[in-house]
Design a protein around this ligand. Structure first.
Ligand code: HAM
Length: 431
């Protein structure tokens, strides 16, 4: 029996073409995050399970972690998310770090989910977090950055919507307005979080079970509010309503016009304390959030440090790629190799010198070492998706003039080493 060539279920192999696409996605993430002054950090993929137990999400910890005991008997897991990790790191150097702290990372995360469109077991997630800012300017910057990211992938605002809610508002409604016990409040938040994933009737029945017939009807009507203004008068007086209003108007004044209030947006994690938000793809084929985030002021404090105001988001590579594909936004990604050298005669020191000077001038150059016919070597360059071929043989070496072929336009010219470098560099600039 031969071994399977398939990668682990729900995880992907990245052959060079897919890796190239991933590099493109990550390069835009890095460029945009750094343009706002965010610094890249990283951490181990294995964490003690404890850091997720206190305030993550029940579903993730109980059903989705890749948890195991290591050989020393420690309870550990592959990280399912980055927020507890980054909070642990901030707590460890709480006093030394310079605030506001702006950090980003692109970790791979593991969740034991049922693999399906938009959901895998391993995904990469851009995490952008700001620490040490208590006011709405932090939410503004984080959401503006998320929006900028999509614009840099050439998206237009009609392709997605940014939904915003306030955990404080939801908690006020459940705890003070409806007077539910804290256990019921938590269960309601988790149920509302699943509202769009389950059938309407199932949602209604579960809500009745949790809150009783009468209150469930009233709560449902509150959850149907389409705007802040359509909330019941008593609820509208709460300070969090003004906060959401202020954030929406700040965003609009800063060019983010597709943000809306959505009272049903809960975010599944227990650590969020205030504003939460998600970015949704508007395309019917991708009915999922691409980004999710919010304020989580209490997490750093769980590690024994003085609490730090924290706001951030995570954006997954899988949903982003689905978004770029359905909206036809994925640009052609070229090979990292600028030129492929086809050897007309056997390789010798003089040929090597030419190749070295091409590399020294900054080109990425691969050489065909197969000793096959010129035609087969050329076919290999085409198959590899390399844009240029340089033919080198005894005649070319003695004249100093090489045949340069652009495989995209099929154009062929005679060129010196310097000309080859200029032509290829000019071409790269145009792309
Ligand atoms: P999250 O909503 O669990 O938040 O994930 C954020 C994004 O990661 C999702 O919107 C989705 O794009 C992607 N994602 C999550 N799970 C999967 C999966 N199984 N397969 C593919 N993509 C997935 C968090 O993880 C928070 N820790 C984000 C955060 C950072 N909050 C504050 N800072």
């Amino acid at each position: 029996m031969s071994l399977s060539t398939q990668p682990y279920k729900g995880a992907r192999d990245f052959y060079p073409p897919e890796k190239r696409v991933q590099k493109y996605l990550f390069s835009v993430m890095r460029k945009v995050a750094e343009s706002y002054g965010y610094e890249e950090y990283d951490a181990p993929i294995i964490e003690p399970i404890d850091i997720y137990l206190a305030k993550s999400s029940n579903e993730i910890v109980n059903e989705q972690t890749y948890a195991f005991d290591d050989r020393g008997g420690r309870k550990v897991t592959l990280r399912p998310e980055m927020t507890p990790t980054v909070s642990r790191m901030v707590a460890a150097q709480r006093q030394e770090l310079a605030y506001p702290l702006r950090w980003y990372s692109i970790p791979n995360l593991w969740r034991y989910e049922r693999p399906q469109r938009g959901r895998l077991r391993e995904h990469w997630q851009l995490n952008v977090d700001i620490f040490g800012v208590t006011g709405l300017q932090a939410e503004l910057e984080i959401i503006e950055l998320a929006n900028k990211l999509l614009l840099c992938y050439k998206a237009t605002p009609d392709m997605y919507v940014i939904r915003i809610n306030s955990r404080k508002l939801v908690e006020y409604i459940l705890k003070d307005y409806f007077k539910f016990e804290s256990d019921t409040v938590l269960k309601c938040i988790r149920l509302i979080d699943r509202k769009n994933k389950i059938e309407n009737d199932e949602f209604k029945n579960l809500l009745v079970e949790l809150t009783g017939e009468e209150k469930s009807v009233e709560l449902q009507s509150v959850l149907e509010a389409v705007s802040l203004d359509s909330l019941p008068e008593d609820i509208k007086q709460h300070s969090s309503v003004n906060e959401v209003k202020d954030l929406l108007s700040l965003l609009a004044r800063n060019g983010v016009e597709n943000a809306t209030f959505d009272i049903t947006l809960m975010r599944g994690f227990d650590y969020y304390t205030d504003i939460v938000f998600e970015v949704f793809d508007n395309h019917p084929d991708n009915p999922r959030a691409m980004f999710g985030g919010g304020r989580y002021d209490g997490l750093v404090g769980l590690f024994g440090a003085e609490p730090v105001a924290s706001v951030g988001f995570g954006m997954g590579d899988v949903t982003l790629l689905d978004f770029l594909i359905v909206h036809d936004l994925l640009p052609p990604v070229h090979s990292e190799t600028d030129a492929y050298v086809v050897l007309v005669n056997e390789i010798n020191d003089q040929t090597q010198q030419v190749i070295t000077s091409l590399r020294d001038a900054g080109l990425n150059v691969a050489v065909d070492l197969s000793t096959r016919s010129v035609d087969s070597q050329l076919k290999t360059a085409i198959k590899k998706g390399i844009d240029f071929v340089v033919f080198i043989g005894a005649e070319e070496i003695s004249s100093g003039q090489f045949t340069l072929k652009n495989l995209l336009t099929r154009e062929e010219t005679k060129a010196s080493v310097a000309d080859i470098v200029t032509t290829i560099k000019n071409n790269a600039q145009k792309q």
